[in-house]
Design a protein around this ligand. Sequence first.
Ligand SMILES: Cc1cc2nc3c(=O)[nH]c(=O)nc-3n(C[C@H](O)[C@H](O)[C@H](O)COP(=O)(O)OP(=O)(O)OC[C@H]3O[C@@H](n4cnc5c(N)ncnc54)[C@H](O)[C@@H]3O)c2cc1C
Length: 298
Amino acid sequence: MINKAIVSLLPLVPKSLVWKISRRYIAGTTLKDALECVGNLNDQGMSATLDVLGEDSTSREQALSGEALYQEALAEIDRQSLDANISVKLSMLALRFDEALCIEILQKLIRTAELHDSFVRIDMEDSSVTQKTLDIYRQLRKETERVGTVVQAYLRSTEEDVRALMEEGETYLRLCKGIYVEPEEIAYKGFTEVQDAFLRNLEQMFRGGIRKVGIATHDQRLVEGSIDLIQRLEIPREQYEFQMLLGVTESLRSELVSKGHPLRVYVPFGEEWYAYSSRRLRENPQIAGHVMRNMLPF
Ligand SMILES: Cc1cc2nc3c(=O)[nH]c(=O)nc-3n(C[C@H](O)[C@H](O)[C@H](O)COP(=O)(O)OP(=O)(O)OC[C@H]3O[C@@H](n4cnc5c(N)ncnc54)[C@H](O)[C@@H]3O)c2cc1C
């Protein structure tokens, strides 16, 4: 209720104040801002993944300008010898109106990633594109190892998807809880139900010999559960990394790094920051609660 109230009041909040709040979670509006942020993270022993803010492009031009920014990002990461790769949303790259164009753009990005010894992660969006995203990932990974995607623990179909993906070949996945609001028929709704599904999926990945998994969570129980699995199953550092969003649970982040776990920070940037922040908050008011809690000094 409180979260929803915060969201409904958002249009009344001056954009400058929303910027102040969002600043912690977004590296800035330009690639230069994002690269500076990556440099700082690298200095603290963390790698990064760059996310150009924006989704649901509606024209070829929009999708291609998104691609251009990612192309520049891959080249600059290499030129500045930074430890980072990129994360892309397929809806930003034309998926919803031209699937062939979307695949073409991805293939170009992957070629550039190969050239710069980097990697392209395909973020997972809402359930209207889950199957398409997995199918595109299946198609692309036949050509390269420079691509991975994301699975969401809250989806009831994920355990079966993971099993099938791993049976078919070398698999690179990020595992997260899932951020979109999905119907109960397809998604677990209980907090502990989603946590349990997360750990079941992770165990399945480790036991099935996944090539590499990004454990994307800030949830203390899941971080501890993951470390327990890593130790019990003697998983080497090359096979996993923790992943966290910029500005979130920074002390947990540092603790993991100090204990020697690989950790990657997701760094969003771009002109679309306001539209992105408001849409996210409207879609999932729980985030508003997180943000407000983080602003309180206790
Ligand atoms: C690197 C990364 C990539 C992701 N990629 C995807 C994706 O491709 N598709 C997708 O559906 N979802 C993605 N997510 C989001 C994910 O699905 C969850 O919605 C999100 O991480 C919150 O879940 P949690 O596991 O951190 O647990 P929670 O229980 O939600 O959070 C644990 C604690 O972390 C803090 N926290 C969590 N999120 C935030 C936030 N946004 N702002 C401030 N504080 C916060 C709070 O203190 C909270 O109590 C990604 C998350 C990460 C970390």
